[in-house]
Design a binder for this molecule. Sequence first.
Ligand code: ZN
Length: 129
Amino acid sequence: MGCFDENSEIMEHFFHPRNVGKIDNPDAIGHVGNPKCGDIMDLYLKIKDNIIIDAKFQTYGCAAAIASTSVLTELIKGKSIYEALKISNKKIREVLGEMPPHKYHCTVLAEQALKAAIEDYKNLASPEP
Ligand SMILES: [Zn+2]
């Protein structure tokens, strides 16, 4: 925890993470892990007509990973899956503010969780006409 400023956006999201939990009967699940830092993310999406109407997550890992997934769920809610796919780890870092470069991979992991979830959704949904 020591490497983050107490008043930073990272700490704010770490202590008050948004959208924590699990969605019953989700339309998509993204499960990713990062052996380097021991972070594990489960992202649950509720999708209707290609719009992400709800997003929840369970992340076990470092403060940056929890903050990243928290920010991610706020960014993607209400967006179409195509818009959501444009959200990069860089965007998450813009919201979170400065963080040590060795923590960048935690924001990358959040992006991967989203991509995995949308991939999962596409596999289940009927193909685009
Ligand atoms: Zn991490």
